[in-house]
Design a protein around this ligand. Structure first.
Ligand SMILES: Cc1cc2nc3c(=O)[nH]c(=O)nc-3n(C[C@H](O)[C@H](O)[C@H](O)COP(=O)(O)OP(=O)(O)OC[C@H]3O[C@@H](n4cnc5c(N)ncnc54)[C@H](O)[C@@H]3O)c2cc1C
Length: 400
């Protein structure tokens, strides 16, 4: 069972690997490294695990990706979510998984073929249970949608879960030590590469560091003079409590024409949209939300889901809770996973805009790279791919 605590001087010493960041990505990384028999310390500057970007997420997962490398992370990750208690070795452990599907919708004739092609590509990548749906089928299955819909892609096994329970489960299911209230302030190097990590509470000696610092991953990179190609962009979401009846079994529903989304949540809905004009920003632990975000969101989601008009009419300000975090973009919008060759012992597992859903397999992948089980050339998400001329954007619908 992993131990989560604020360390004292005596807790510092030698360890096989240090993971910087106790979000879902760092915790999954620690889980797999610990399962491989390594002594692991996770450094988390905040007062708990999963308290920064991870809880800001909509907690959703999907296998509907167009890029081979993304599908290769998503498919096994979803399988692990489906049998999470088995994976972590704690029978009966629940992560509130709901497989109500992901529905990408369009009412624009110009995007119908894109959706069709996406499904064909998903099938090629092994996601054989995603479906391309036309208007009549969509309205039969989801009668609460607007008759203006034209086409959709849908996969029933996609859905959502509790990020908190998933992160805690990874921590409980391993023997790593999680140092909270412990900020990484520097990384030490000698002729062989990484040799230690400095924190506000003490120094750890180690030969392996995994940078899973989420929005602060570039800052950690600078500690070893590495410039990681990461762009943090603020993203918001809103929970709306409402007495308007919401179809409880509705899927995660996305309007691909205005990048808005919603899904049921007990007592109401979670909704949001991806603003393509939001600028790249300097990361901060205090991410502000915009006063008008809920109103703009309601205006967007009601286009294809008309019951939001009723919510818009009746909602009051105290019924809404807005939160925000960052999507971390890379030049090809896919994560950075692997060793940074200039600094032996320095690994990255960062650059996520969908880190919740990819974390189980990404954690396994980085652990296999650190322990030498996986050849770096067999990992297409290695951070050197851009220099090698390999990182290319795919056709995934990015809004979620
Ligand atoms: C509005 C919104 C909706 C989203 N919806 C989804 C979704 O539905 N599905 C999905 O898969 N993804 C979603 N995401 C993205 C997802 O939340 C992130 O990709 C994921 O949480 C990243 O996890 P992480 O562990 O890398 O980052 P974080 O959770 O931010 O964890 C990084 C940790 O590193 C710590 N840290 C940083 N610097 C230091 C330091 N110097 N010393 C010690 N600790 C440090 C931080 O305190 C933090 O706890 C969404 C994001 C947003 C903002």
């Amino acid at each position: 069972m992993g131990k989560i605590f604020t360390p004292t001087e005596n807790d510092f010493g030698k360890t096989d690997a240090v993971v910087i960041g106790g979000g879902i990505v760092g915790t999954a990384t620690a889980f797999w490294l610990s399962r491989a028999g390594w002594d692991v310390v996770v450094l988390e500057m905040r007062d708990g695990l999963s308290t920064l970007t991870t809880p800001a997420s909509a907690e959703c997962f999907r296998a509907q990706f167009a890029e081979p490398a993304m599908a290769a992370l998503a498919i096994p990750s979803i399988e692990m979510f489906e049998h999470f208690d088995d994976v972590i070795g704690l029978p009966g452990y629940g992560i509130s998984i709901k497989q109500q599907g992901y529905l990408f919708l369009t009412d624009d004739p110009k995007t119908v073929d894109d959706l069709k092609e996406n499904v064909a590509q998903q099938h090629k990548l092994g996601v054989t249970d995603s479906e391309f749906l036309e208007r009549d089928k969509i309205l039969t299955r989801f009668p609460f949608l607007s008759p203006s819909v034209l086409a959709a892609t849908f996969r029933q096994r996609d859905g959502w879960l509790s990020c908190h329970e998933t992160t805690q489960g990874f921590a409980k299911g391993c023997d790593a030590r999680f140092f909270i209230n412990t900020k990484t302030t520097g990384i030490q190097m000698d002729q062989k590469g990484i040799c230690g990590v400095e924190t506000n509470r003490g120094i750890l000696q180690t030969r392996a560091v995994v940078n899973a610092a989420g929005p602060f991953a570039a800052e950690i990179g600078r500690m070893v003079n590495v410039d990681l190609p990461l762009e943090p962009v603020r993203r918001q979401k809103v929970y709306i409590q409402t007495a308007v009846p919401i179809p409880e079994n509705a899927p995660f529903t996305i309007d691909v024409n205005n990048n808005s989304y919603w899904r049921p949540e007990p007592g109401g809905v979670i909704a949001g949209w991806v603003d393509s004009d939001e600028p790249v920003s300097e990361p901060s632990e205090k991410v502000h939300t915009d006063w008008e975000f809920p109103a703009l969101t309601l205006d967007k989601v009601k286009r294809l889901t008309p019951f939001f008009e009723e919510i818009e009419k009746t909602v009051r300000q105290p019924d809404m809770n807005t939160s925000a975090g960052y999507y971390m973009y890379t030049p090809d919008d896919q994560p950075l996973i692997g060793v940074v060759p200039e600094v032996p012992g320095f690994y990255v597992n960062c650059g996520y805009w969908a880190g919740v859903m990819l974390s189980p397999e990404a954690g396994k992948r980085i652990s296999e790279l650190v322990t030498g089980k996986l050849d770096p050339r067999d990992n297409p998400l290695r951070p050197t791919r851009f220099k090698e001329g390999l990182g290319k954007k795919g056709k995934t619908l990015m809004s979620h």
